[in-house]
Design a protein around this ligand. Structure first.
Ligand code: TYD
Ligand code: MG
Length: 453
């Protein structure tokens, strides 16, 4: 008998190779290549993007597209994250660590979507377990049917008879296809399951929500491989011990990425938090030393949150620098700017930085708040609790404007802040008459004079 042909796949990025390699040539990760048999049916054929009948070219102007086709999922935060509802025929991946709330969120959709006929396929729970969860969540059970099945061929057969308006598959790791000779959850199974679900979605026009587990130490055989295949990737972030869960859009073929939605895990499932600034802002009335409020744009939405810093004398010879939710290299750069441009010797100090609420921030608009939090901790001087910051800091210590400063000012004013520090060079139009004092700063040295005299 001929030996079954195998291929090697990178479990981090999905790159294929005909032989084993210690380092993946595509993503440069080490020890990620895993062996898997080649699927019988070519998965290249399966990743066909459109029905076979559309192989002739069509003039762009002749393609009819109705933007009103999107369907609401009955959850305004989720709809917003998707770009205004779910697009027919799209494949949406919801990823996250076990226990973070993927199954809860996806079961809430049929229960609260007001009549979206849903087929909820579970490979992890029995129908009774799903029923128990549904009762806990409340909502309208009439349009939701549960299928407890792990063989994808059967799932698709049921779906073709059931004609749902939405299909949820929980999870990609538990589904398997008969034509692939490896166990469920392996790289080749995951690829084949996703490719066949994509084909089902494109051919039937039924949107499919696919759930994928991600483990703490990176992406084991799963969602990373799928990112290329699916249309939308939403990923849960944050501590699954805390009450708040952040869902971030990482990829979206039909809307903007880097949007976030915030949910709170309650006794009745995930509750939408439409105004996350209120949750990320400090509870204390009096400002504490080492904290500063920062205003940034998260995706398309202004967000205000607390930046916390702790500066202390280094216990051992070399100073430690640590940042949670922020790039430590950028923190080092900001500390170097403080040293060179404003004369603060922080070289012998440990500096710890933390973004409130488990947020991960890469927007340079929080530079100014970070500098202020560091100085505030260094002097043990608390800033007034009604001021906030929105500006970038450049290498020569200049305070630079950030995008859409107007909107940040208006949001800060709405949340009751009395003063906002921005760059001298920021152009403001809409926010000129806002009920908040606008303080313009041109460089780090003058900031220190203004706030920390
Ligand atoms: P779950 O959706 O099962 O996580 P995942 O599918 O991502 O693995 O949710 C898991 C946690 O949520 C679980 O620890 C219990 C908690 N939970 C609540 O706190 N309230 C609820 O109403 C529900 C349904 C779950
Ligand atoms: Mg689950």
């Amino acid at each position: 008998m001929a030996k079954a042909r195998t291929l090697w796949y990178c479990s981090n990025c999905g790159n294929e190779s005909s032989k084993w390699m210690g380092q993946c040539p595509a993503c440069k990760e080490w020890n990620t290549m895993v062996e898997a048999p080649v699927p019988n049916s070519s998965s290249k054929r399966a990743v066909m993007m459109s029905p076979a009948s559309q192989t002739a070219p069509v003039a762009l102007k002749d393609i009819k597209f109705d933007t009103e086709q999107r369907r609401s999922l009955g959850n305004s935060e989720l709809d917003r994250l998707l770009g205004g509802g779910i697009v027919p025929g799209s494949l949406v991946l919801i990823g996250g660590e076990p226990g973070i709330g993927k199954s809860t969120l996806s079961l809430q959709i049929p229960l609260f979507s007001k009549g979206l006929r849903t087929l909820y396929v579970t490979g992890e729970e029995s129908v009774r377990q799903v029923k128990m969860r549904a009762q806990r969540l409340g909502g309208d059970e009439s349009e939701c049917s549960i299928l407890s099945e792990t063989l994808l061929d059967k799932v698709l057969e049921q779906a073709s008879q059931f004609h749902p308006e939405l299909m949820v598959v929980d999870s990609v790791q538990t589904m398997y296809c008969e034509n692939v000779d490896s166990t469920a959850g392996s790289v080749s199974q995951i690829k084949e399951v996703a490719a066949r679900l994509l084909r089902y979605a494109k051919e039937s026009g039924v949107p499919v929500i696919l759930i994928g587990h991600i483990t703490k130490d990176g992406f084991i055989a799963g969602p990373k491989i799928l990112e290329h295949i699916v249309d939308v990737v939403l990923q849960f972030e944050g501590e699954n011990k805390g009450a708040y869960r952040i869902l971030r859009s990482i990829k979206n073929r039909f809307g903007s990425t880097s949007e976030i939605a915030v949910f709170e895990m309650s006794g009745k499932g995930l509750r939408e938090v439409p105004n996350p600034s209120e949750m990320l802002l400090p509870m204390h009335e009096q400002g504490l030393s080492g904290t500063a409020i920062c205003a940034i744009l998260e995706g398309n939405r202004p967000l205000l949150f607390e930046v916390q810093a702790l500066v202390s004398s280094a216990a051992y010879g070399t100073a430690q620098r640590s940042a949670t939710g922020f790039d430590v290299r950028r923190l080092n750069m900001l500390l170097a700017v403080l040293e060179r441009r404003a004369g603060f010797k922080l070289g012998a100090k440990d500096v710890f930085l933390n973004m409130a609420g488990g947020l991960k921030v890469s927007d340079p608009a929080c530079d100014l708040a970070i500098i202020c939090a560091v100085l505030s901790s260094n002097f043990d001087y608390s800033l007034p609790s009604d001021i906030c910051f929105a500006a970038e800091v450049g290498l020569s210590g200049e305070i630079r404007p950030v995008a859409q400063t107007d909107r940040l000012i208006l949001e800060a004013s709405r949340l009751g802040f009395k003063r906002i520090f921005i760059s001298s060079y920021a152009a403001i139009e809409a926010a000129a008459g806002a009920d908040i004092e606008i303080v313009r700063i041109s460089d780090v040295a003058s900031l220190v004079k203004t706030l920390f005299r």
